[in-house]
Design a protein around this ligand. Sequence first.
Ligand SMILES: [Zn+2]
Ligand SMILES: [Zn+2]
Length: 420
Amino acid sequence: MKNVLETVHQIQEFGDICDHCLGRLFAKRSFGLTNKQRGRALRIAHALAYDIPFVSYEKGTCWICDDLFDSIHAWAEKAAIAMQDVECTTFVVGTRVPPMMTESEEMIWSDLSLEYPEPIKSEMNREVGKAISTLTGKKGEPKNPEVTVVLNIADDCVELQIASIYFYGRYLKYERGIPQTHWNCRACRGNGCEKCNFTGKQYPTSVEELIAEAPKQMFAADKGVLHGSGREDIDALMIGTGRPFVMEMRNPKIRSVDLGRLELAINATTARRVQVKLERWSDKKTVEMLKSHKGHKTYRILVDIEGDISLETVQNVVSKLKGALIHQRTPERVAHRRADLIRDRTVVDIECLGMEGSFYRIEVMGEGGLYIKELVSGDRGRTTPSLAEILDAPAKVVALDVVQVDEINNEMETNKNGKT
Ligand SMILES: [Zn+2]
Ligand SMILES: [Zn+2]
C-alpha cells in the first residue's frame, strides 16, 4: 500500500486544496478527527516528512470545492430561515453539488487510486445538518425525516421537500354522481373548455376533493390525494361500514393536527354528501398495500370468545390490531402441506361491528396470505400478536365469509337508471 504522505505529496502537486478536501480524501483513516483537522494534520506531517516549510491553507486556492466549507454556517442560516414557516421536528440535509466539483473530486480519486475518500456532499450534509440542529433545535433524522433540506450549491438557494402526512379512515357517500377522485374533462382533458365551464373537470366535485377541503386548510397543504381501497361506481352510493381509504396531504406546512378535530372539520365541510370516520395516522406503505389490493382479502367473521367480556373491550382490543404487523408461523392445521416458516403480514383494516347472539361480528381486511383463524386464536403462540393474546382469553372463529374488497359494503346501492 502506498504511503499516505507520498499520496499527500502527489495531491499537493495537483495544486492546493483546503484542509476539508484534503482530510476527506483520507476519510476512513484514523478516528476522532474532523476532515478539517485531519487535513491540517496531514499538511503538517507532509512538511515534516519532506523537510519543507509548513504552509497553512490559503483561502481561495482550493480547486476542488472553491472554499465551499467556509459557508457551512451561512447555509445553515439559509436553511433555518426557509424552515421557519414549516412545522417540523426532524429533517435531513441533501446537497446538490455542482457537476464541476464532483468531476474534480472524482478525478483525484481515480488518478491516485484512493481507497476510502468521502464525497463533498456527505461532509456538507453532515456539517450543515449539525449547524442547523444547533440553530433550530430540530433533530437530524436520516430515516423518515419530516423535511428534506436541499442545498442547491450552483443556484445558491435552499429548497425544502416536505414529507406528506397520511391518515386512514373510511368514507361513506350519500349522493350519487360523485366520482371517487377528480376526473379531467373528456373534451379538453383538463385544460378548460366551454363544455366544462373552464374548470377542466368532468364532474363538479369528487369524494377526494370533498374530503380534502378541510385538511388542506388545517395542514396548510398544497393538495390532498385520496388512495381508496377500490372504488364504487360514480352513480353508486357507499353506505354501511364505508370504504377504507388513506388521504395523503402533500406539502403540509403544519403537522400537529388532532385526528378527532380533523374528522369533525371534514364532516362539517362535506355536509351530508360524504362523511368520514378517521381511524389512525397512516403511511406510504399502507397506501401501497391499498393500491395493490389484488393480494388483499376482506373477511366477515363470527368470533366466539370465552369468558364474560364486554363488547367495548373487544372493540378496543380489535382496534389495536389495525395496521399491526402479524408474525405468523405456518398454522398447525396446514403445517403438513405447507413449508414451516414465519411470515409477516399486515392487518390492513379490522373492525368489530357488534354482537350476534353471544358471538362478535368482525370485519377484517388482511394482506394476502394472512391466516384469519390464527389471527383470532393465536394458534398456541404461533401467531402473534393475536386477538386471543391481547384479550388474554381463548377466542376462535366460528364462521368465516370472504368478501371481495369492492363488496365490502353489502348495502352498496347502484342506481341502474342514473347511468351517465
Ligand atoms: Zn476544498
Ligand atoms: Zn373541458
